[in-house]
Design a protein around this ligand. Structure first.
Ligand code: C5P
Length: 231
């Protein structure tokens, strides 16, 4: 399976985003467009970055009633991105309908499911959102549900990639945010690891935002991530 580093373009404006991408002269990183940028700039930012030749993970984490998610996915299908996602918590039916909507565009965009956000720890999951049990068991069970619904993989913590592979097989894709170089810049993430350990743990794609976008030299930070992750 393809493995790569995905840069999270968590910028507030098109200008900031394009200025950041202009730093990359030799390579075309796989990038993630999330809610901040998409809500600020709309679908045109996706078209513009795609036209520059980047592969795109559109990270909007849809979670609503199945019919609404299906209709929204049918619209997003027109953007022809490489990867997009929904929350597994939306249920198997919502994921199946999401896939139907996405496929109505006739493209092969990869659809993955968010298991538990990497900012959520087990205590919060148990006590605030009232999901009992161990984080690993919940993630494995959500991953199996995503697989049953026909999704191609999940977003999970790098610490759970191995558990997902055990539950769903090697071909089931693991996309893992929560990556940090050493102990630096933990911010709001809790279930984190380094690019090298993520590779060892079974991540197929690592998503890195602030450790690259806020680095003094983002291109060097990106190259370091690629080197550590791909070896
Ligand atoms: O800056 P940082 O490396 O923490 O960015 C991680 C990115 O991955 C953010 O865009 C965040 O929204 C996203 N993400 C995450 N945890 C998930 C799913 C997506 O951190 N479970």
């Amino acid at each position: 399976m393809a493995k790569d580093v995905i840069i999270a373009l968590d910028f507030p404006t098109k200008e900031d985003t394009l200025a950041f991408l202009d730093l990359f002269t030799d390579e075309k990183p796989f990038v993630k467009i999330g809610m901040e940028l998409f809500y600020a700039e709309g679908p045109d930012i996706v078209r513009e970055i795609k036209a520059r030749g980047h592969r795109i993970f559109l990270d909007l984490k849809l979670h609503d009633i199945p019919n609404t998610v299906k209709s929204a996915m049918a619209v997003l299908a027109g953007l022809d991105v490489d990867m997009t996602n929904v929350h597994v918590a939306g249920t198997k039916m919502m994921m199946e309908w999401a896939l139907e909507g996405l496929r109505s565009g006739g493209r092969d965009t990869i659809l993955i499911g968010v298991t538990q956000l990497t900012s959520t720890d087990e205590k919060r999951m148990n006590e605030e959102i009232l999901i009992p049990g161990k984080m690993e068991d919940v993630v494995a069970s959500y991953a199996r549900l995503a697989e049953e619904a026909g999704l191609q993989g999940v977003v999970c913590s790098p610490l759970e990639a191995g558990i997902v592979k055990e539950a769903c097989g090697e071909d089931f894709m693991t996309v893992t945010p929560g990556i940090r170089f050493g102990g630096a810049m933990i911010c709001d993430q809790t279930r984190i690891t380094t690019p090298k350990d993520a590779a060892k743990g079974g991540s197929d794609y690592i998503v890195m935002g602030r450790p690259i976008t806020k680095a003094a030299d983002p291109v060097a930070a990106y190259k370091r991530a690629v080197k550590e992750f791909l070896g």
